[in-house]
Ligand binder design. Structure first.
Ligand SMILES: NC(=O)c1ccc[n+]([C@@H]2O[C@H](COP(=O)([O-])OP(=O)(O)OC[C@H]3O[C@@H](n4cnc5c(N)ncnc54)[C@H](OP(=O)(O)O)[C@@H]3O)[C@@H](O)[C@H]2O)c1
Length: 304
């Protein structure tokens, strides 16, 4: 049995792993911050020694992109120093580490999907601390996999989908940024990809280094908002209008990359991970969040 310690039980990706059915021969032990606190490295040894995993999956992170600008020390402790200490503890025990990172390590000036070895140049504190975490892991642990993903959302929790549904429920017109390009990726799909990577490892294919995993396709926050309301309209019976605005018209404390589409091919070349077009995954998550779609009378008629 391969025992896997998963951090960040209350997070989007950690939570999806906690609810997932583990493949045969793999046991998932998911812990929260109460048991393993990346900002208190003293808790790391205790968690590893009591759970005795073969591999650790670390989706836990400080993910508040704007707030990080005013809390750089905490962001650095959780995203850089903590993962460094975790990797060192894994190295001492000959335990592997799968660590989640972000498209925000790139500056967004690219004109084609970013490959894992493209130069990084984060624009904000969050991206910089995640980059520092990647570096700290590479320095001390050979058996590491850094998996960068992007624009993560889930049916519940704090994310763009929740924000749009909350605001769209009250307003008929919203303004959303249309000049940042990326790939919305469902936490449940990232969890499925991690499980496929773990199953491959169980079968002898050990993937190491830095790789990318996102859904298929590209959009903007405006495009994602439109897709959210197209689906929500079926449930609500009304559809808010989404006006396209520029980043300049919506200033935020942290600068974000204008283009952060990730090239997934290095991962796909080694492990067959499940991947859906972003719209398909988003529709599934929205149906989960909003409940079953109302059945129209015409459809009811046909089923008689
Ligand atoms: N969210 C995105 O859009 C996005 C985009 C690209 C990459 N990523 C990366 O993908 C990974 C997963 O993101 P996510 O969206 O699932 O994150 P999330 O929903 O924000 O969850 C973060 C998790 O980290 C935990 N955490 C925070 N501080 C901690 C600490 N000091 N010690 C231990 N746990 C701590 C949180 O626990 P509490 O509930 O106790 O706070 C929570 O369980 C992260 O590495 C993130 O950097 C995310």
């Amino acid at each position: 049995m391969m025992r896997v310690l998963v951090t960040g039980a209350t997070g989007q990706v950690g939570g999806a792993l906690a609810r997932a059915v583990a493949p045969e021969g793999i046991e998932l032990v998911t812990v929260g911050r109460d048991r393993l606190d990346l900002a208190r490295p003293g808790t790391i040894d205790g968690a590893l020694d009591s759970i005795r995993p073969d591999i650790v999956v670390n989706p836990a992170a400080y993910t508040a992109v704007d707030k990080a600008e005013t809390e750089p020390d905490l962001a650095r402790a959780v995203n850089a120093e903590g993962p460094g200490a975790l990797a060192a503890a894994c190295s001492e025990r000959r335990v592997g580490l799968i660590h989640l990172s972000t498209d925000y390590v790139f500056d967004g000036s690219g004109i084609r999907p970013y490959r894992p070895d493209d130069p990084v140049a984060p624009l904000g504190v969050y991206g910089a601390t995640k980059q520092a975490g990647e570096r700290a892991i590479r320095q001390v642990l050979e058996d590491h996999l850094i998996l960068r993903t992007a624009w993560v959302y889930a049916a519940r929790g704090q994310n763009f989908v929740s924000t749009m549904l909350r605001v769209g429920a009250d307003r008929d017109v919203l303004r959303v940024v249309a000049d940042q390009h990326g790939t919305p990726t469902a936490a449940v799909d990232i969890a499925a990809a991690i499980l496929a990577i773990l199953a491959a490892r169980r079968d002898g294919t050990v993937l190491t280094g830095t790789h990318h995993y996102t859904a298929e396709g590209t959009t903007t926050w405006h495009g994602m908002a439109e897709a959210i309301f197209a689906r929500a309209a079926v449930h609500w019976g009304r559809r808010p209008v989404v006006e396209a605005i520029t980043t300049e018209q919506y200033p935020t404390p942290a600068a974000r990359p204008a283009y952060s589409v990730l090239d997934n091919s290095s991962l796909d070349a080694v492990v067959a991970v499940p991947r859906r077009p972003w719209q398909e995954a988003l529709d599934a998550v929205l149906d989960d969040r909003l409940g079953p779609r109302p059945v129209s009378p015409a459809v009811m008629e046909g089923t008689r």
